[in-house]
Design a protein around this ligand. Sequence first.
Ligand code: HEC
Ligand code: HEC
Ligand code: HEC
Ligand code: HEC
Ligand code: HEC
Ligand code: HEC
Ligand code: HEC
Ligand code: HEC
Ligand code: HEC
Ligand code: HEC
Length: 324
Amino acid sequence: MREEFMSLLQTFRNPALALALAAVLASPVAADPASDDPAAEYAKKGADTCLKCHDEPPVNLVFHTPHAQRADARTPFASHDCETCHGASPEHIKEPATKGEKHTPTQVVFGVNSKNYPVSPAAEQNAVCLTCHESGLRMNWHASQHQFADVPCAACHDVHALKDPVLVKNEQPEVCFTCHAEQRAQINRRSRHPIKEGKVVCSNCHNPHGGPGPTLLAKNTVNETCYQCHAEKRGPYLWEHQPVREDCTNCHMPHGSTQPRLLKVRTPYLCNMCHSENFHPSTLRTGLGVPPTGADDRLLGKGCLNCHSQIHGSNHPSGAHFTR
Ligand code: HEC
Ligand code: HEC
Ligand code: HEC
Ligand code: HEC
Ligand code: HEC
Ligand code: HEC
Ligand code: HEC
Ligand code: HEC
Ligand code: HEC
Ligand code: HEC
């Protein structure tokens, strides 16, 4: 509760956000569009009216989705059917569908793919969905990067599809990649999370509707996000390695890396980002050279990890240096 209040407070401290919020609040569409506005002229026969002209897939597939459970009073089809979402459209349904003549729906028309009409602004579209979906995962929507960037719900969700692709594990990444091309490249690198295989999905780590932490993460912090599946890294350890406790991305790339084990760079350079190169740890020749070459041992095999193998922390009484 306190956190919600603080984030609200921050919203108002930031003049740009406050203005944006004020604009949303002042806009007429922020009023409950699904409510029974007596002035609105909804089609007398509900969906049947629309189906006279729109009875083809993908439009009519909506009847096979959770939204069409008429018996469930919470669904759009328990009130004004199609128009619960699309808005009362008396002008639109009146016009004859003459060939070559364009209909002009006067009400909210959804759609990133609309070829025929100007698409309603994202805030207007989203207000409709949010009348029913404001809680749960979407608690932080109004402070999310996607909301600020005017991304409509319909950019990710296809409510007319038999199964909304973004809710299907191995189809979800493609939806995200339409806008996040860099991540597509990252998940194809040699070391990567098994995202392509559908074992890990973007929404395991991100809540695209907004999260309490940074970068739309699903949990408060990067580490909490990783511990969901790598619980053993949570510790507590007798000997903690400070950067591990702080943030896994000090050393790892979450999506994919050209280095093994999702590492940002390979050892010893990884370690040398923080540890001096000047004496034991990193002098080029440690004197411990491996025969027969006597070559620089820190560059061999796993480098520093040959000895410092418990890099995430150790529970061994003499593991202070993470060597056991
Ligand atoms: C008399 C026939 C007719 C009726 C009735 C009708 N529509 Fe349409 N609708 C059309 C035509 C034709 C188009 C334009 C399609 C085109 O130009 O490709 C259209 C376009 C649309 C679009 C925009 C599609 C896009 O490309 O973005 C939406 C949304 C829509 N109708 C919803 C509805 C809803 C909801 C109802 C019921 C309240 C309804 N229509 C009733 C004929 C009709
Ligand atoms: C849960 C809200 C919701 C309901 C209920 C709903 N729609 Fe839609 N409809 C949408 C959204 C969102 C889009 C935009 C999809 C997109 O752009 O990818 C859309 C798109 C459309 C389109 C354009 C399709 C296209 O491929 O361009 C038509 C036509 C349409 N809806 C008609 C209807 C009709 C008729 C009904 C009732 C049988 C209906 N809708 C029920 C939300 C809804
Ligand atoms: C009138 C209320 C209402 C409106 C408006 C509405 N929804 Fe829903 N939606 C529901 C209900 C009820 C369910 C079923 C929830 C459940 O079963 O727990 C649902 C389910 C969903 C699901 C899950 C579908 C699945 O296959 O599990 C998604 C995604 C969704 N809605 C997105 C949207 C989007 C996007 C919009 C706006 C275009 C929208 N909804 C508008 C009431 C609504
Ligand atoms: C950037 C992509 C994206 C946008 C934008 C987005 N969603 Fe989602 N949505 C998802 C993903 C991914 C999931 C699956 C989440 C999961 O499984 O944890 C989801 C799940 C859902 C669900 C079903 C799960 C639940 O919470 O019950 C609903 C309902 C929903 N979204 C509604 C919305 C509404 C309403 C909006 C707009 C305000 C919206 N979404 C905007 C990607 C998006
Ligand atoms: C319609 C385009 C679009 C789609 C689809 C989309 N995003 Fe985004 N996303 C954006 C924009 C725009 C931003 C804000 C600007 C930026 O940071 O790139 C953003 C921001 C983000 C951020 C925060 C970036 C940061 O620096 O804080 C994450 C994480 C993210 N998106 C994940 C996802 C995921 C996961 C999906 C799929 C479920 C998805 N996005 C789908 C457009 C999109
Ligand atoms: C294993 C967890 C995990 C998965 C799975 C994941 N991400 Fe991320 N993502 C992160 C973390 C952690 C960050 C923050 C990186 C940082 O702060 O350096 C991030 C950052 C981002 C950003 C912001 C830009 C950046 O690189 O900092 C975008 C956009 C993004 N992710 C999109 C996606 C998309 C799209 C998917 C699915 C294809 C996805 N992520 C899957 C953990 C994950
Ligand atoms: C949804 C579960 C999940 C989450 C959350 C998750 N991981 Fe993973 N991680 C996996 C799976 C599955 C593998 C592959 C294991 C395998 O192949 O044996 C993996 C592998 C790894 C690997 C080893 C990669 C390799 O090449 O061997 C690293 C490093 C890693 N994860 C780091 C992270 C970090 C950092 C985070 C947080 C940003 C994180 N993981 C969040 C499931 C997850
Ligand atoms: C100081 C750098 C560093 C930090 C910070 C770090 N790691 Fe690692 N991690 C490594 C190195 C180096 C390896 C490769 C170890 C090897 O090859 O023996 C590794 C390997 C892994 C692996 C795969 C092998 C295994 O041990 O299971 C996982 C999973 C992993 N890390 C998860 C995490 C998580 C989760 C965090 C955050 C809690 C984290 N790492 C923070 C350096 C780090
Ligand atoms: C992001 C910075 C960072 C990275 C990268 C990093 N470390 Fe550390 N490391 C630290 C900090 C901070 C400490 C705690 C130093 C202290 O207590 O004086 C530490 C402590 C240690 C210690 C224990 C030192 C002692 O005095 O007991 C060892 C051993 C160590 N690191 C090895 C490594 C190795 C090997 C790598 C590469 C795989 C590595 N570190 C990567 C920041 C880092
Ligand atoms: C041949 C084994 C070996 C290799 C390789 C090795 N170390 Fe060490 N390291 C040790 C041992 C043993 C200690 C404890 C030394 C001591 O107590 O004097 C140690 C101690 C440390 C310490 C704590 C130093 C201090 O003064 O408290 C750091 C930091 C460290 N190593 C980092 C590294 C880094 C970074 C690399 C790779 C560039 C590396 N080590 C390679 C065996 C190794």
